[in-house]
Design a binder for this molecule. Structure first.
Ligand code: NAD
Ligand code: UFG
Length: 338
């Protein structure tokens, strides 16, 4: 079985390619390398013993995307990771985000329809829930108006997929709503690439522990949470990668109940920023210099997933303990500094 993975040299994509190849799938990656490096391919090869197919391709180019499918038209399914993902940047560059994230999705869909590729797994986000009134969030929790153009591209992408699947009866789509993906492969051969000053908690924390940043800011300790700091559902990137493999199998084996489905992919457990810092220190023995600062604009207070649907329907469950995930993130940080 051959799977086309867009954005496959990126953070979550590269880990998913590893899991797909381990399960015997043949993979062809398309990525324009706007936020990743071709070296990820070598990391994947070292872990799995197999070099995935790769083409440098901008999926916003409809003609180039079509040519790609024309050449690899016999693929069985697509996993579409490719997107720009920096929330803050999207506020300043809305057109770039709408253009990149929506055009690439539509080009992929148009080519899938033309070449008869029927199965798609899409990267969505828990950002579609915003600050939910009731926690944990289930798939029936109402979506909320997006806080950023990036978040809006995920809402709009889900809407495009729903409308597309409604009229294209042969097409089967699963959208996975990721909670907060963190960590790196235990081999330290692939992980998240830092770009400038990190916005996300874990890369900032590991860079602080490594002495690259003087201190970590804990954005707010006055939230309505047990210790006052904000709570998220941190999902190990290898666990997350495996969710894609089971979603692909569900589609290929025709076990999906509708032709557009979506699932929460998290651990089901919320952890605060302060709990993460303590877990990191426990796991690595390294102290993290931090200071509580005011809340970050646009942040929600708390969110975590109800994963019952994914557990039952996909037969998938997050299993990696948080300390192990944080140790992998730390080892990846050390690898980057070698
Ligand atoms: P990433 O930036 O590491 O990977 C995305 C990849 O897509 C990159 O390799 C980039 O070069 C490529 N890409 C972007 N635009 C492209 C285009 N027009 N043509 C070809 N390639 C293009 O990001 P990631 O963290 O691996 O995220 C993967 C997906 O998961 C994205 O859709 C993202 O929005 C979604 N997601 C990520 C998170 C997170 O916290 N990392 C959370 C929820 C959802
Ligand atoms: N935080 C700090 N200090 C930092 C960075 C973050 O205290 O230096 C806190 C934030 O305030 C938040 C938590 O750590 O409470 C997690 O923040 P991240 O920036 O790592 O993640 P977010 O929950 O803000 O957003 C992430 C992705 C989004 C995605 C969302 C849901 O960045 O793209 O998860 O998947 F939409």
């Amino acid at each position: 079985m051959k799977i086309f993975v867009t954005g496959g040299t990126g953070y979550i994509g590269s880990h998913t390619v590893v899991e797909l190849q381990r399960e015997g799938f043949e993979v062809v990656i398309a990525d324009n390398l706007c936020n990743s490096r071709a070296e990820a391919l070598e990391g994947i090869r070292q872990i799995t013993g197999v070099m995935p197919g790769f083409e440098r391709l901008d999926l916003t180019d409809a003609g180039a995307t079509r040519d790609f499918f024309a050449r690899h038209g016999e693929v069985d399914a697509v996993i579409h990771f490719a997107a720009l993902k920096a929330v803050g940047e999207s506020v300043h560059k809305p057109l770039e985000y709408y253009s990149n994230n929506l055009n690439s999705l539509m080009n992929v869909l148009a080519s899938m329809r033309e070449f008869g590729v029927r199965h798609l797994v899409f990267s969505s986000s828990c950002t579609v829930y915003g600050q939910a009134e009731r926690l944990p969030v289930t798939e029936s929790t109402p979506r909320r108006e997006a806080e950023s153009p990036y978040g809006n591209t995920k809402m709009m992408s889900e809407d495009i997929l729903r409308d597309f699947a409604r009229v294209e009866g042969e097409m089967n789509v699963i959208a996975l709503r990721y909670f907060n993906p963190i960590g790196a492969h235990p081999s330290s051969l692939i992980g998240e690439l830092p770009t400038g000053v990190p916005n996300n908690l874990i890369p900032y924390l590991t860079q602080t522990a490594a002495g690259i940043r003087p201190e970590l800011s804990v954005f707010g300790d006055d939230y309505d949470t047990p210790d006052g700091s904000a709570v998220r559902d941190y999902i190990d990137v290898v666990d997350l990668a495996k969710a894609h493999v089971v979603a692909i199998r569900r589609l290929l084996e025709g076990r999906n109940r509708q032709n557009f489905e979506f699932f929460n992919i998290g651990t089901g457990r919320g952890l605060s920023v302060l709990e993460i810092i303590r877990a990191f220190e426990r796991a690595t023995g390294v102290k993290v210099n931090f200071r509580v600062t005011p809340r970050r604009a646009g942040d929600i207070e708390k969110v975590w997933a109800d994963t019952t649907l994914a557990n039952h329907e996909l037969g998938w469950k997050a299993v990696v303990p948080i300390e192990e995930t944080l140790l992998n993130a730390w080892n990846w940080q050390k690898h980057l500094m070698q």
